[in-house]
Write a protein that binds this ligand. Structure first.
Ligand code: GL2
Length: 835
């Protein structure tokens, strides 16, 4: 490594390169050092936040060293790398994760204790990195954890938003949004790389010229140039040296002013323009599964894709390989259509800047990209208006039209005279104005297209991408069922359970080979083990009880059945159906006599999740949940038999407390709408049962854990289209139990009923797009089965153990290995231990 350093100095560098120890003394010393230097504070004015900051800097030092070793080793080995392009990375907190990954939790606990802190309190001081909306962003975070842990040479590329997903406050039962200005204090988990910056052009016009070979070439003269600056976040693998990088780009004004304004004396105008540049990476768009079509969002996408691609290319060019080898060195995964502009951008680089022929460039492009589709909801599919694209990225629009032209020509050859087919597969939609179907562009430009659960991957082949099977053949399409990292979602979130499992299985190997959990099955019936298992569950429920008390003031009984639905609030996820079911339960309880009530299983129904700020109906659902809670929780008649809780500001760190406390969790989307779901996996891994529809990954979870551990109900996805048609046109009367529930809302049982009218209207006769009325009967029946099952404590304990034991398939390690082998064609490159 020091080969370039002259030998005299090399000796000095080696002499003074003393690795810091991982013993308690060295750690305490580094914390004190950071307190007095990095923080410029003294031991006399330290609080928990200062303690956290100093400790974080000490941990950061270790990560940086591993990160350096990893990058240097990869540079020498120069293997094929994968680049995961995601507009969202929902990382949550970093410190506990890093300590556990490096096996340093114990010495840090001891060192901080000696300095007068409790490590749990310090960990609580860390603010979540919340650069994502929901499942898609968290999936990217789990995948980075697996890539690091499995020793893959991988990079993530994202945007460093100044504002992450908003913080949710509940005021008078309504959601209020507060900006998440998460960088107020320094962020020790990022390394600013101000030396790494890339110029990103926008606007302007395209001109043509003839090159020395007489070929027509294109030149894009930009109207505006913005600088992308890199901020690197190290991602440590668990129990391995590999520490990979997510590079987040931040927009900055260019070093040079626009001299035209400056020289003409318009100083203010020049400064204004500089400020505009910074807006690009200012805020994460807070919509989950919904496209809005704002120009600033398109600007974000190109800014990110352009900077990332040029960074990748710069790395590739260091080794002087011919362009034809680019796909042997580089795999780029498009996480949803958000980065699809990388396709015309790579074509532009190859054809316009590097002078390759179109066909060769296209061959390189398609061999490089893979594309993951995460949703079939029509409102989520990205379509960009042609005039907007033309204005912002004139050359890219031309390239997209050319890609489409050549593609349609090949289709035409195989299917002559099929004009309908040409129109259905065209990247350009003939709307008013025309628009670009980004998913079609991504499909055509990628060698593999995958869905995120078996059912979803089938549905995309049968619906949105059906004509492409005909045109491109079936081999381009594949399934990669999602997974979750057991490091965060078991070991970190539920340390007691993780320790118990390790004790039983003899080691922590299961954290890297999750199918080993199967070894627990044989103890599922063991009474002593059941007791240890359920004692931990109880402890976790107490922990959640405290959080609920602290955040909502509501007191719940940890002996009750904890029934949890936490996820983004969306009509397709049907939190509305859940709260309607709760009202039904409440009405039933009110009708019972004392003897009947004695037989009831007490239940705490827990909700959490954010609604997009502009999603009016979703926000009304939150209000209804809180109004029902207000009524039920204060009804002395009901007491502990039923409680309704809405936990505000659901995020990754809150999820880590909620999930281990579940007895049952709900995943009740209308069949065919939830591509996969990943929280379902987290809940079951933590020994919970599922109440769910036959949708997304629920189906594969059912196949693994078996009938006795999951309560499935409702319409099947194949029936949904017909059922919708019937609901819409045949005036089917509403399910009578649902009717009764609606009546209670309308007669003001939960406060002013007019507030909820727009919500009720979504399910009235002739509407009900998400089929709440159709599924309501079977939903209530399944809820009763849950109560019955919970009464048998021993059987329930057995089910809970079996749930965890059978979750091996859903590790993100399994998913990442499948991507690596079937799509990316990359191998692990283990970083050797330091000498
Ligand atoms: C989602 C899907 O809705 C969800 O079912 C899936 O688990 C995740 C990850 O694949 O992707 N698609 C999407 O746009 N968001 C999701 O969470 N936001």
């Amino acid at each position: 490594e020091l080969a370039q350093v002259p030998s005299e100095q090399r000796a000095a560098w080696e002499k003074y390169t003393v690795p810091e120890g991982n013993d308690v003394d060295s750690i305490a010393r580094s914390i004190v050092h950071h307190t007095t230097t990095t923080l410029a504070r003294t031991p006399y004015n330290m609080d928990d936040f200062g303690g956290y900051q100093a400790t974080a800097h000490s941990v950061r030092d270790k990560l940086i060293q591993d990160w350096n070793e990893t990058q240097q080793y990869h540079t020498i080995k120069d293997p094929k790398r994968v680049y995961y392009l995601s507009l969202e990375f929902l990382l949550g907190r970093a410190m506990d994760n890093a300590l556990l990954a490096r096996g340093l939790k114990e010495p840090y606990t001891e060192a901080t204790k000696q300095l007068g802190f409790k490590i749990e309190d310090l960990l609580e001081e860390e603010r979540d990195a919340a650069l994502g909306n929901g499942g898609l962003g968290r999936l990217a975070a789990c995948y980075m954890d697996s890539l690091a842990t499995l020793d893959y040479p991988a990079w993530g590329y994202g945007l460093r938003y100044t504002y992450g997903i908003f913080q949710q406050k509940i005021v008078d039962g309504y959601q209020n949004e507060v900006p998440d200005y998460w960088l107020t204090y320094d962020n020790p988990w990022e390394l600013p790389r101000l030396d790494i910056s890339i110029e990103v052009p926008f606007y302007g016009h395209v001109s043509k010229y003839s090159d020395e070979n007489g070929r027509t070439r294109h030149k894009w003269e930009a109207g505006e140039i913005v600088q992308a600056v890199a901020y690197d976040v190290p991602i440590p693998g668990f129990d391995t040296n590999n520490t990979i990088n997510i590079r987040f780009w931040s927009s900055k004004p260019r070093k040079e002013f626009d001299l035209a304004y400056f020289n003409s004396g318009d100083y203010n105008r020049a400064v204004e323009d500089q400020k505009k540049a910074e807006n690009i990476t200012s805020v994460l768009y807070p919509n989950d599964n919904h496209m809005v079509g704002k120009e600033l969002r398109l600007k974000q996408q190109y800014f990110w894709v352009c900077a990332s691609l040029h960074d990748i290319i710069r790395r590739f060019k260091k080794t002087d390989r011919p362009w034809s080898e680019f796909p042997d060195q580089v795999a780029i995964q498009l996480n949803d259509t958000h980065p699809t502009l990388a396709v015309p951008e790579l074509m532009r680089v190859l054809v316009d800047l590097e002078g390759l022929e179109w066909d060769e460039a296209w061959n390189i492009t398609t061999r490089t990209f893979g594309f993951t589709n995460h949703t079939v909801l029509p409102e989520a599919l990205e379509k960009w208006s042609v005039p907007m694209l033309e204005h912002l990225l004139p050359r890219h629009l031309q390239i997209i039209f050319d890609i489409n032209l050549f593609f349609l020509q090949t289709v035409e050859k195989t299917f002559p005279n099929d004009r309908d087919l040409l129109a259905t597969v065209s990247i350009i939609e003939e709307s008013q104005p025309q628009s670009v179907r980004m998913a079609f562009l991504a499909v055509i430009a990628s060698h593999k297209v995958n869905g995120v659960a078996a059912l979803h991957s089938q549905i995309i082949k049968d619906t949105i991408f059906a004509p492409f099977i005909k045109v491109l053949g079936p081999d381009r399409f594949t399934n990669k069922t999602n997974g979750i990292t057991p490091r965060r979602w078991l070991h970190q979130a539920n340390p007691d359970l993780s320790n118990l499992i390790a004790k039983k299985l003899g080691s922590f190997k299961f954290l890297k080979e999750l199918s080993l959990l199967d070894g627990l099955s044989k103890y599922a019936n063991d009474e002593a083990f059941q007791k240890e298992w359920m004692d931990i569950k109880y402890k976790n429920k107490v922990r959640l009880t405290n959080l609920i008390k602290e955040r909502t003031g509501i007191e719940v009984n940890p002996n009750a059945l904890f029934d949890i639905q936490v996820k983004r609030i969306h009509e397709y996820k049907r939190q509305f159906m859940n709260i309607l079911g709760v009202i039904h339960r409440y009405a039933n309880l009110k009708k019972m006599n004392a003897a009947q009530r004695k037989a009831v299983v007490p239940r705490v129904v827990i909700f959490g999740g954010k609604a997009a700020p502009g999603y009016y109906i979703a926000k009304l659902v939150i209000k209804l949940i809180n109004s029902v809670g207000e009524k039920v929780n204060n009804d002395k008649d009901i007491g502990d038999l039923l409680k309704v809780v809405f936990i505000p500001d659901y995020n990754v760190s809150v999820a880590e407390v909620i999930i281990p406390a579940n007895d049952i969790s709900q995943h009740i989307s209308t069949a065919g709408t939830e591509a996969s779901g990943t929280s379902n996996m987290k809940f079951v891994l933590n020994g919970g049962l599922i109440l769910g529809t036959v949708d997304g990954a629920n189906i594969e979870i059912y196949e693994e854990i078996g009938d006795d551990q999951i309560f499935l109900f409702g319409a099947r996805s194949e029936q949904v289209e017909d059922l919708r048609h019937v609901q819409r046109y045949r005036n089917v009367p509403m399910n009578p139990e649902l009717q009764a529930v609606i009546h209670l809302i309308e007669n003001g049982t939960f406060g002013e009923s007019h507030i909820f009218q727009p919500l009720i209207n979504t399910i009235t006769v002739g509407k009900d797009y998400y089929l709440i009325s159709v599924d309501f009967g079977s939903y209530l029946e399944s809820n009763e089965l849950v109560d019955e099952a919970f009464k048998d404590k021993k059987a329930w304990a057995q089910k809970s153990i079996l749930c965890t034991a059978r979750m091996g398939k859903f590790s993100s390690d399994r998913a990442i290995k499948e991507y690596a082998e079937d799509i990316w064609n990359i191998d692990p490159v283990p970083v050797p231990d330091k000498k």
